[in-house]
Design a protein around this ligand. Structure first.
Ligand code: ADP
Ligand code: ASP
Ligand code: MG
Length: 436
């Protein structure tokens, strides 16, 4: 059997939903369907999930979410009418509106796009709908409970009549709804694939699979036909938005391949992501990804190297402030710490710096913002001399000042930090050096 996850663009319009139906009808193995909330229909449209977050904000500010819900109602009622569905969508929309009024976090609201989408798609396909809250479980601390979930999903493994499951959310023991991080329907698809023992996890989106780099930065980048799980993890964690970075964990356990496919070009074979890439010629560099919005703390101290516990003490300060660390590039007498701006949002930066001063008494410490990180990823880099030199030369020739370098210990990637203003130029320069 195959698990098929359809993303936001596949759910956005009547035509795209009919296209989804035709893809499913073409293959009798496509019986486990995971859906996202309707996404954008055109470039400056608003995703349903974003409208739902806005509905929650409206209720917090004014005690009602009528005005946000009006637009959401129109979209779902429009879909039902155009698809000729005999379902009482108004009843579900009333239930959602009331639920948002009674909820105490934005998760319930955010999850309803997937919930309503699944109601529509199960009616279109004539498949049974299973609420994600009944099978995807979180513990009391809001941590995803992989094993309990797997036991619950397993019960449906032999079900052959077709099931539709909303992505992105599950339930805590006290019955409150909890969502994964944004883009989390990809993760739901992977969880279902593991649970039912799928032969393959098809992830249907709006591009012909993974490209070497973000097509919004480099025009028509080369296509990647095969990626390893590790490469996918690095690329998606570093910003290649095609697939949620956690998606590999459930499928990796049983070696289930992920196939990224294009709903709007269903004959294209897309990208295969799997454990065993033996037999494929892997390029030196498989992909280039990156993201803006990082902060660095640079610490210098003479003979830091010999000072027992130096790094631990610095990291303890960050832990006490509740901050998680992205990268720690170090030199003999220097320690760099890369943090994401999002993780620092509510932090007291001055206090962090003064706490580090108190803890390790450095010669120099400086915090700087607006760093963009770029990861160059590929298994082939291990055996290839001069990969780093090629990256640095390309950046030098493009006039880009490199602010940080970190070669991951796996030798699977090289990460460089550049000013945010140089981000696009850097991606283009590195792309051209390897693929131009
Ligand atoms: P879905 O709604 O189907 O989950 P997403 O918008 O989350 O789709 O992911 C697909 C998008 O990812 C593409 O439309 C593309 O703009 C973007 N993207 C970013 N980096 C890459 C890349 N390296 N290869 C292909 N697409 C990429
Ligand atoms: N709808 C959610 C989001 O926009 C989850 C998803 O699409 O995967 O983040
Ligand atoms: Mg997505």
């Amino acid at each position: 059997m195959k698990v098929c996850k359809f993303g936001g663009t596949s759910m956005a319009t009547t035509q795209s939903i009919l296209q989804v139906k035709s893809i499913i009808d073409r293959d009798p193995e496509r019986k486990f369907i995971v859906v996202s909330a309707p996404g954008k229909r055109f470039s400056n449209d608003v995703k349903i999930t974003d409208m739902l977050y806005a509905a929650y904000d409206e209720k917090v500010a004014f005690g009602t979410c009528k005005s946000s819900m009006k637009v959401i109602r129109e979209r779902f009622l429009g879909l039902c009418e155009e698809l000729g569905l005999d379902i009482d969508m108004n009843k579900y929309l009333d239930e959602v509106e009331e639920g948002i009024i009674n909820s105490t976090s934005s998760d319930y609201a955010a999850s309803r796009g997937e919930y309503l989408s699944a109601i529509v798609v199960s009616a279109v396909l004539g498949f049974k709908m299973i609420d994600a809250g009944d099978i995807i479980k979180f513990n009391n601390n809001g941590i995803f409970d992989a094993e309990l979930t797997n036991d619950l999903v397993k019960k449906y493994a032999d079900y052959t009549d077709g099931i539709v499951i909303p992505g992105f959310y599950g339930r805590m023991p006290d019955k409150t709804i909890k969502t994964f991080t944004r883009g989390g329907s990809d993760f739901t698809g992977a969880i279902i694939a593991r649970g039912i023992g799928a032969r393959i996890y098809e992830n249907w989106t709006d591009v012909n699979g993974f490209m070497v780099t973000d097509p919004r930065i480099v025009e028509n980048p080369k296509h990647i036909s095969v990626l390893s799980y590790e490469e996918l993890r690095e690329l998606s964690y570093m910003g290649a938005g095609v697939l949620h970075p956690d998606s590999i964990f459930p499928v990796q356990i049983d070696n289930i391949p992920i196939n990224i496919r294009n709903t709007f070009d269903p004959e294209n074979e897309g990208t295969m992501i799997m454990d065993n890439t033996a037999g494929y010629v892997l390029p030196v560099v498989t992909g280039i990804a990156g993201r803006k919005g990082n902060t660095t703390i640079l610490i210098k101290k003479a003979m830091m190297n010999g000072e027992l516990g130096f790094c631990r003490k610095v990291l303890t300060v960050l832990e006490r402030h509740g901050i998680s660390v992205e990268h720690i590039p170090t030199g003999i007498d220097t320690m760099g710490i890369v943090l994401s701006d999002a993780g620092l949002k509510n932090a007291d930066e001055e206090k962090i710096i003064s706490d580090i001063r108190g803890m390790v008494n450095p010669d120099f410490i400086k915090i700087s913002h607006s760093l963009a990180l770029i990861a160059v990823v590929g298994h082939g880099m291990v055996n290839q001399l001069g990969t780093a030199a090629k990256i640095f030369t390309a950046l030098y020739e493009a006039g880009v000042n490199i602010r940080m370098i970190d070669q991951g210990s796996s030798e699977l990637n090289i990460i460089v930090g550049v000013e945010e203003k140089d981000y696009n130029a850097s991606i283009k320069a590195i792309y051209n050096a390897f693929f131009g």
